[in-house]
Design a protein around this ligand. Structure first.
Ligand code: NAD
Length: 291
């Protein structure tokens, strides 16, 4: 299967990163969003990020110019018709994603592969609403996309081998590494990472350690580059809580119950770095532990 043109739906945090890496790898990119402002911002972000890569000598000026020239933007979803592969990276809401695929179907080629970057919605369920569940799979990038090496490729129950291999070849061409995951809640990375973060919050909740001692313990005692609470602030505590709820609901096992202290921070609007306060308070410019 020859993939040359990649359609990306949603030009937010993930969509702009996906456009960035695809264009640099030589793919023609059709990037769409319901918001013209989001598209304009995405192009500016990609331009700025590639500019930094040029500055650090990671890519040449000519490579950047060629890559930027391969990104076309449109607010009309159906302009993605010529795509060989579509990666949906719109807002994490199932009704939105279903509507996008439904609107796309009459305009795409019979062999176009459809994928979703969803972190938590069932790939099998999204696929079942389309006319091609065998050509549908999860294409899950990590944030920030240009930096993170891993892509989880998630097979729905009906995904065929040809589709998996075509997506794997794209990941290879990006110079990234694919991990194959089955379609169960939170896939691999978040299935393991989020319960660890949740356990760190329980450790804090039960008074076993302070924010500082918990983060130092994992950094110095387990050689993690970041402490779990520091990492939770970076990811966003609302996102961590949402993923714990997906695990708890989807696997129906009490071992995934979200820590009440995590819920309390989210209720307070202390969501981590994005709101300037989470397990650390960033408002002074310095990270000060809140407990
Ligand atoms: P975001 O809010 O930054 O961007 C979403 C974009 O989708 C917005 O620009 C919005 O205007 C657009 N959009 C909404 N409805 C649309 C529609 N009908 N058609 C076209 N565009 C539409 O969100 P994000 O963080 O980039 O997340 C996007 C997807 O990636 C989600 O499914 C999320 O679960 C997944 N994801 C996020 C992360 C992360 O760390 N942020 C990591 C991996 C996967």
């Amino acid at each position: 299967m020859d993939i040359q043109t990649i359609g990306i739906v949603g030009a937010g945090q993930m969509g702009n990163g996906i456009a960035h890496v695809m264009a640099l790898a030589g793919y023609d990119v059709l990037l769409t969003d319901v918001s013209a402002e989001a598209l304009q911002k995405a192009v500016e972000i990609v331009d700025g990020n590639m500019g930094r890569q040029v500055g650090r000598g990671k890519i040449t000026e000519a490579e950047m110019v060629a890559a930027m020239g391969r990104i076309k933007t449109t607010t009309t979803l159906t302009d993605l018709g010529p795509s060989d592969l579509i990666i949906e990276a719109a807002t994490e809401r199932e009704t939105i994603k279903n509507a996008i695929f439904e609107d796309l179907l009459p305009h795409i080629k019979p062999d176009t592969i459809l994928t979703s970057n969803t972190s938590s919605i069932s790939i099998t369920r999204l696929a079942s609403r389309t006319d091609r569940p065998e050509k549908f799979m999860g294409f899950h990038f990590m944030n920030p996309v240009p930096v993170m090496q891993l892509v989880e490729l998630i097979r729905g129950i009906a995904t065929d081998e040809e589709t998996f291999n075509a997506c794997k070849a794209v990941v290879d061409k990006l110079g990234k590494t694919a991990a194959s995951a089955e379609d169960f809640p939170a896939f691999i990375v978040n299935r393991i990472l989020m319960p660890m973060i949740n356990e760190a919050v329980y450790t804090l909740y039960e008074g076993v350690g302070s924010v500082k001692s918990i983060d130092s313990s994992l950094k110095l005692g387990a050689n993690h580059p970041m402490g779990p609470l520091e990492l939770a602030d970076f990811i966003g505590l609302d996102t961590c809580l949402a993923i714990m709820n997906v695990l708890h609901d989807g696997l129906a096992d009490t071992k995934y119950r979200p820590c009440p202290l995590l819920t309390k921070y989210v209720e307070a609007g202390w969501l981590g770095r994005k709101s300037q306060r989470g397990f650390y308070d960033y408002r002074s410019g310095e990270a000060i532990p809140t407990r």
